[in-house]
Design a protein. Structure first.
Length: 106
């Protein structure tokens, strides 16, 4: 499981029938800044994920990969290997809040 920021969306009009109606988003995984340890920074990689929680552009989300991505009721029969399973409210590292959705940090 990892924390990521929603950076975009994917539209696919031609796809397998089981994927019809499922929103696909582009996310960039985040990591703790190794120098300051007081903020999250992008990894420079992007993933396409199926959204199971109604996330939107710019939101911080929890993502699972591999077989875990097919363990939700929404994805159990889908050909996916990455899924958003939560929208993040706060991230606390070493007793410091490094992200807060309420404060608009990140």
């Amino acid at each position: 499981m990892f924390v990521a920021k929603v950076t975009g969306s994917v539209v696919s009009t031609q796809k397998v029938k089981t994927m019809t109606g499922h929103k696909l988003l582009v996310v960039e995984p985040l990591r703790v800044d190794p120098q300051s340890r007081d903020k999250l920074i992008g990894t420079g990689r992007s993933f396409v994920v199926v959204d199971t929680v109604g996330a939107g552009q710019g939101e911080m989300v929890l993502v699972v990969q591999g077989s875990s991505a097919r363990l939700t009721p929404e994805t159990e029969k889908l050909p996916v290997d990455a899924a958003i399973i939560g929208i993040v409210d706060t991230v606390n590292v070493e007793n410091k809040i490094v992200f807060s959705a309420r404060a608009g940090e990140g």
